[in-house]
Write a protein that binds this ligand. Structure first.
Ligand SMILES: *[C@@H]1O[C@H](CO)[C@@H](O)[C@H](O)[C@H]1NC(C)=O
Ligand SMILES: *[C@@H]1O[C@H](CO)[C@@H](O)[C@H](O)[C@H]1NC(C)=O
Ligand SMILES: *[C@@H]1O[C@H](CO)[C@@H](O)[C@H](O)[C@H]1NC(C)=O
Length: 666
């Protein structure tokens, strides 16, 4: 791809006003062409462009076209900035009256340099916000779209439509449906302005010549009018890409405007100078009913809990850094024996890869959608206390929190990545990038939080492109307990073949999954009716069905033991994930202390579940935001949530904070 920078305009108004300025402040700028005037921070306007363009070999050649009047200035600039002087084209004009027009100048470069390639063309005298776009993203999007590309920006309220090329962009395809060059009225127009910043495919370049042939008058030989003509032309598709910066100093502007916009962009730079640190939290989840995950087109009810969470923090930094977690991504060890012990117990999968994969997919998603990201570096770090490998969704919590951080950092909202699509994004990170075998359930509850009924049936997924997610009143959840194995690597690790059997249409598995979905619907009714005994029966049925589908070898001895213990105390029980942990409801609350003691004596970790409300603010810390659970445990009179959390935290400090390797989520 070739880049052409247009700086052949004759900025006579600005030049005259600088010359005649009585204050004397601008005397050193007399005769200097607009693009070489100082921009924000004193750096010249053209330097901003050259820096944006001259990155990572996006272009095989860059040309600059200027007029004869200012040619010398650019020759000097080129020498000082490592720009090849041979690539400067002189259009021979010395006054505004004998100008070629921007399309004429562009045509001159195409002919003079015999360009037969796709081309990006920019007006090098426009002021913009530094670092607020990445030229590679623009080029990637252009190549993806297989059409022409016009960059646009959202005008400031004070800017008049009649001073710009106004575009209407289809929100779905991003195709420009209308292009109106300097409309002569301001009402009811789109506020998206197109500027001289385009990408053209090789096969479209001949239209330049035909346009010039049909438009001999120089007044019509500007890019705005050419674009209006091009957008109307059949067989041509022009796409719009919106950048998060405005562009100014277009056309014949005066000293007043130069001062105003310089100040405006300097202020913006200051305001956005450093993004404050931001922390996002995602909570562990319990599958209350249904098959975990559920990648089997079933239905589930899921609950997020405040007992365990993952936290990711993003802050702006000079370089882009992912910080390894001292416990989960160890890089230093006490000895070789120590390394052996840690690797055997924890494996090789820390959380750092989750951050990296999320960042990679995020960039990819934005490039595909034409969402331009400012060029800013950041530091990401994470922490988690979600016990790993017991099916509480530890790794997707880290991915979820990372996504929230990135969206915040780059000012994206649910309109850029619609909320129902966010779980799919998270799942794609894990499945495509990290080969974690999983379904949507965990990601849905971590995005929505609270208590959510989910329907993943084929028909719904096909018609909506995502599941049906119904938030439920969190107060409906009866007091729940949670127990999990201390050392998950001891629990049975036999791979299930349920997936293959399901895919090959095994009637037992297909029927079983259907039955699990029915149990979910019944559990929803029981919850809504406050029918706890019925809910208990359904949970047990859920477990028994899973056991018969997967077999005792897959379920594992320790998991069976936990269920057995629960039943001895008249409690219902099922896995909140696919094993390693058990949740239950005590039919007789008096039994709860005894149940708890029994679990603890056998070495299991036991805690009282604290449901996590759905919340608006992603950063609420669980200690503050959690309402005490509707709990009535005689052994724990009005237990506040903080104490409960600490009970687990303190007694299990050794097992706390590991993540990743949730590869057996179903
Ligand atoms: C431009 O290159 C293509 C091959 O990529 C060739 O077919 C075409 O003839 C070339 N056009 C000109 C004007 O040289
Ligand atoms: C483009 O088409 C619109 C109507 O769709 C028309 O109003 C406008 O004048 C056309 N512009 C050019 C340059 O042909
Ligand atoms: C980001 O970091 C790299 C070095 O890691 C640096 O070269 C680049 O200029 C930084 N970008 C910004 C916008 O600060």
């Amino acid at each position: 791809m070739i880049c052409v920078i247009l700086v052949a305009g004759h900025g006579r108004v600005l030049e005259d006003e600088i010359k005649n300025d009585a204050s004397g402040c601008y005397s050193n700028l007399e005769g200097v062409p607009k693009s070489l005037l100082p921009g924000v921070g004193g750096k010249r306007i053209l330097d901003f462009w050259w820096e944006a363009i001259n990155t990572r070999q996006v272009f095989s050649d860059v040309y600059l076209v200027t007029n004869a009047d200012k040619y010398k200035y650019y020759e000097r600039w080129a020498t000082a900035n490592d720009f090849p002087v041979d690539n400067i084209v002189n259009d021979g004009s010395t006054t505004y009256e004998n100008r070629l027009g921007s399309v004429g100048d562009f045509d001159l470069v195409l002919r003079n340099k015999k360009i037969n390639d796709s081309v990006m063309v920019v007006a090098g005298d426009m002021l913009f916000q530094d670092h607020n776009f990445d030229i590679t993203q623009v080029v990637d999007y252009f190549k993806r779209k297989q059409g022409e590309l016009a960059i646009c920006y959202e005008m400031e309220p004070t800017e008049l439509s009649r001073s710009r090329g106004i575009v209407d962009v289809c929100p779905v395809t991003n195709r420009i449906t209308h292009f109106t060059e300097k409309p002569n009225h301001d009402e009811a127009m789109s506020r998206l302005a197109s500027v001289v910043f385009y990408c053209f495919r090789k096969q479209t370049l001949p239209t330049i010549t035909s346009y010039l042939n049909d438009h001999p008058n120089v007044v019509e030989r500007n890019f705005g009018m050419y674009m209006e003509w091009l957008v109307n032309k059949s067989g041509i598709e022009v796409y719009g890409m919106k950048l998060p910066t405005g562009f100014q100093l277009i056309g014949q502007v005066g000293l007043h405007e130069y001062k105003k916009w310089l100040e405006y962009f300097s202020d913006k730079q200051l305001q956005q100078g450093v993004k404050e640190a931001f922390t996002a939290t995602a909570y562990a989840r319990l599958g209350l009913m249904g098959n975990p995950s559920d990648g089997f087109h079933g239905k589930t009810i899921s609950l997020s809990i405040a007992n365990f969470w993952a936290e990711v923090t993003i802050k702006e930094s000079e370089r882009l850094i992912l910080v390894p977690h001292p416990l989960n991504d160890p890089t230093e060890f006490g000895s070789l024996g120590d390394l052996h012990g840690i690797s055997r117990k924890e494996g090789y999968f820390g959380g750092l890869r989750l951050l990296q994969a999320t960042c990679k997919k995020f960039y990819q998603y934005c490039s595909e959608q034409g969402i331009a990201l400012p060029k800013r570096n950041f530091t990401l770090k994470y922490d988690t206390n979600i016990p790993r490998q017991v099916g509480l969704a530890g790794s997707s919590a880290i991915v979820t929190a990372t996504l929230k951080c990135l969206m915040h950092f780059f000012d994206l909202t649910n309109s850029d990545i619609p909320q129902p699509m966010q779980p799919q994004f998270i799942l794609n990170v894990e499945v495509d990038e990290l080969f974690i075998n999983a379904g949507l359930q965990d990601r849905v509850i971590q995005i929505y939080q609270g208590l959510v009924y989910m329907d993943f049936s084929r028909e719904v997924m096909r018609s909506k492109g995502h599941g049906e997610y119904q938030p439920m009143e969190i107060g409906l959840v009866p007091p729940l307990w949670l127990a999990f194995v201390r050392n998950p690597s001891d629990s049975g690790k036999i791979h299930s073949n349920a997936r293959q059997r399901f895919d090959s249409g095994d009637p037992e598995v297909v029927g079983g999954m259907k039955k699990l979905a029915e149990l979910t619907d019944q559990a929803k009714e029981a919850l809504e009716a406050g029918d706890v005994p019925r809910l208990c029966d359904l949970m047990n049925e859920n477990f028994d069905l899973r056991r018969s589908l997967y077999g005792d070898d897959v379920i594992g001895e320790l998991n069976l033991r936990m269920v057995e213990l629960a039943r001895q105390f008249g409690s219902s029980s099922k896995f909140p994930g696919s094993g390693g942990a058990v949740i239950g409801i005590c039919r007789d609350p008096e039994q709860l202390p005894f149940l708890k003691a029994a679990f603890q004596e056998e070495g299991f970790v036991f805690c009282h579940v604290i449901p996590k409300q759905e919340s608006v603010a992603a950063t609420n810390h669980p200690h503050i935001s959690t309402t005490p659970p509707p709990h009535d445990d005689p052994a724990h009179p009005p237990n506040n949530s903080e104490e409960k959390w600490q009970e687990v935290e303190v007694t299990e400090a050794g097992d706390k904070a590991t993540s990743g390797n949730d590869q057996n989520l179903d």
